[in-house]
Ligand binder design. Structure first.
Ligand SMILES: [Zn+2]
Length: 105
């Protein structure tokens, strides 16, 4: 019986952890760069990857690894999408950037 209870407890713990992870992922989407309509402004394309590497994982806080960097157009805006993967927990996510228009050209 004790064994069964331990298993039930573990499942409950896993569910609680899933909920926490989900909550953190939801919160991360509301932060700048978490969605296409809230991109992080950067001065140039070369800043995008440096930004991505400087961003910790929203779930476990470990550094991120850049997987892919591409240009997209969303809602008439030219955005950069950075696909990143956490070095710690392996969760991947996307960060959105907008290259600020230069006033002096
Ligand atoms: Zn992580």
């Amino acid at each position: 019986m004790t064994k069964k209870r331990a298993r039930t407890q573990r499942r409950a713990d896993e569910r609680a952890l899933d909920k926490l992870v989900h909550k953190r992922e939801q919160a991360a989407r509301k932060e700048p760069g978490g969605a296409p309509d809230t991109p992080i402004p950067v001065g140039s394309a070369s800043e995008v990857e440096a930004h991505g590497r400087g961003h910790p994982c929203p779930v476990c806080g470990d550094p991120l690894r850049v997987l892919d960097h591409r240009a997209v157009v969303s809602g008439g805006r030219s955005l950069r999408v950075l696909s990143v993967e956490c070095r710690g927990c392996g969760r991947s996510r996307e960060l959105f950037f907008e290259i600020a228009a230069r006033l002096l050209s």
